[in-house]
Write a protein of this length. Sequence first.
Length: 168
Amino acid sequence: MTQHKKARYLTIAVIAAVAIFAAGQQLHWRLPAGALSIRRAERAMPPEPSDAIYEMLDAARTGDAAAYLGCFTGQMAAALRQSQAEMGTAVFAQYLINSNQEIKGAAVSDPVPLTDREARVRVEYIYPDRNEVQQVGLERDSGGAWRIARVDSTERARTLIPYGTPVK
C-alpha cells in the first residue's frame, strides 16, 4: 500500500469517527457507567502476592504509615506497630519516606506458591550505587488479600551496569 493510500484511509477513518461522535452527541448517546474505568477491570482480578509488595512500596514512598502497616501480618506487623508507637506516627512516616528516597525502582519476581495460603517473592531493590535482594514471605488473610509475613536478610546483588550510567 502506498503512502498516499495510507493517508487517504487514515483521513477517511478520522472523518468517520468525528461524524459518529457528532451524531452521538445529537442523539444524546451515553457510555455505560464505568465503561472507561480501568480500575473496575483491575478490581475484578484476584489479588496477587506482588500486590502487597507494590502497596507497601507506595505507602512507604508517600509516608502513609497506616497503609504501610496494613501490608504486614503476624510478628512482623506487631514489630512495626511497636516501632511506630515508640517513634510516634509522624516520625515513623518520615522514616518511611527517608528510607525509600534512594530506591530508584524495584524488580518483583513472579511469586512462588508454597501452599494455597503462602507464597515467596524475590524483590530486587535498585539504588543508584547498588542492588539489594530480599526474599519476602507472604500469607493470604481470610479476606483473600496477601500480607507480608516475613522478610529475609538483604543480600547485595552484583550490578553489571550501575543505575544512571550514561548510554554511549
